[in-house]
Design a protein around this ligand. Sequence first.
Ligand code: PMP
Length: 409
Amino acid sequence: MTSSGFSVEAARAAIPQLKVQVRGKGLVYLDSGATTLKPQSVIERVSRYYLNENSNVHRGAHYLAEAGTYAYESARQIVADFVGATTKEEIVFTRGTTESLNLVASALSDSGRLKGKQIIVSEMEHHSNIVPWQLAANRSGATLVAVRIDDRGEIDRGHLRELLGKQTAVVALTACSNVLGTIVPVKEIAADVHAAGSLLVVDAAQSVTAERVDVKSWDADFVAFSGHKVFAPFGIGVLWAKKGILEELPPYQGGGSMIHQVTFENTTWADVPQKFEAGTPNVGGALGLGEAISWFQAQNPDLAMAHAKSLAEKARQELSAIEGVTVYGAPMKRTSIVAFNLNGVHASDVATVLDQQGIAVRAGHMCCQPLMVRLGTKAIVRASFSIYNTAAEVESLLVGVRKAKEMLN
Ligand code: PMP
């Protein structure tokens, strides 16, 4: 299955976890929406750091500290190039999407910009793009409101325009739903949000392997994502924002590395992005992220992402054709995620039967309880495809779901 410039076999050969046997069967990994598998080169990059470069960055004057700092800052540059940032100073390393969103919500709240204002999220947000805003709203006397989605699973742009006004301080939206797979038209929405004089925060956790993220063309104010969903280790993530905004905002956490000068009376801050990177960072994670992005880019991302989407489309069509299966959402532009249920059967039971056949999917509310209410269900089964999946694995899923139907109905 080699299409010019992308080889699924080569991608699979790079991923050691695909050799794992599940109850004597080959692993069929359809849970990349939860976390992607990690290439050998990423694992080796992290090991190499601990073997040869282990040091605390930005502090020491010795050889290892210089090597570690150089590698850490080079990884920041790789991330900056990946998302189309103007400079690497626009890239803040965090623990992941969740911490990035908490950072923005907290810093905006501390800056006084949310006081008495309105914060808009959507009905299909992950809890990590709802709860930080609730906390910030409670602290600053702001109101949190949700823009509706339509039955296809698209943001209701008319409703968003109705909600937007002078009172709106922030709109925080996912760029890609982790349940419905909706690819949200960020650029168009950014124009509406900016026309109302408010800020746009984008949760790009699912976008980084679904479409080319280009922060300049999106024209959002903040973009957050996690390394572990883009072939990198856990515990490393990114917040992108324009340097000017980062400079204006107060710090999120205090501690070492984020200061310029400390006295008991007053502290002044380090330049961005260090102002937002208090304490010892996850250096190995950042290097792993740099390597993961380089690996992904070497796969020909456009073709690789199209491959993953075509598998999901096939799964979506074939699942919809099975009597008694409900597939959720039908957004016009969508990524490699399919959410479904076997009618009358709990999602976890379906996932358990699939697991017996070596097929890894996720079942539950997907950290989107308000969306589950909107969809009229408590839980869904989610099959999420990535660039290393194959058409044979789609077939395995279909066989598995038919078997689950026989066993559980
Ligand atoms: N937003 C979306 C859309 C997600 O899919 C996820 C992860 N499931 C998150 C936010 C949170 O990411 P993390 O747990 O890596 O911080």
